[in-house]
Design a binder for this molecule. Structure first.
Ligand code: HEC
Length: 137
């Protein structure tokens, strides 16, 4: 009878220790607080309207028919992304977007690009399972 009680006490104690560790870690949220331009917000609306996320991922989340778009702008360039948006490809449909929509989507992709990278690089994993960006040396 005493053993189950010991186990229960251990679990309850572990819960508080773990919660304490999680709630007291220093969060690095400067990037998340950065606001995005009205045009980028419009781009987000277009992105949602055409359900781009059904095929693409942002920050690694989304559908898997097309590639992750988090760093398309810095890795392949604006002109490259624009070519897909205006014409589609054999595998991506052409949505017949107008100039404003294309411009807004590019602005949104730029905002995404400047706020994260995928796959996540240079992260430290803490002993309690959270990840944190490596401090610059
Ligand atoms: C039916 C699935 C599908 C939908 C919906 C879709 N795409 Fe795509 N997209 C693809 C595929 C597949 C590719 C890769 C095409 C290729 O290489 O020929 C692609 C490529 C791209 C690329 C080039 C990325 C790279 O790294 O090569 C961009 C940018 C892009 N799509 C943006 C969008 C946006 C913005 C939307 C919403 C308006 C959208 N896509 C909707 C399937 C889709």
């Amino acid at each position: 009878m005493i053993l189950p009680i010991k186990i229960l006490l251990f679990i309850i104690l572990a819960y508080f220790v773990y919660s304490f560790a999680i709630y007291n870690q220093v969060m690095h949220t400067e990037v998340a607080r950065k606001s995005i331009s009205p045009l980028a917000v419009k781009g987000k609306d277009v992105f949602q309207k055409f359900n781009c996320i059904s095929c693409h991922q942002i920050y690694g989340l989304g559908g898997y028919i097309g590639p992750d778009l988090t760093n398309t702008i810095s890795e392949k360039g604006e002109a490259y992304a624009e070519a897909f948006l205006r014409n589609g490809s054999l595998r991506m449909p052409n949505f017949n977007l107008n100039d404003t929509q294309v411009e807004a989507l590019i602005e949104m992709l730029k905002a995404v690009d400047s706020s994260g990278s995928f796959p996540a690089k240079d992260f430290d994993v803490s002993w309690y399972g959270t990840i944190q960006k490596k401090e610059k040396e």
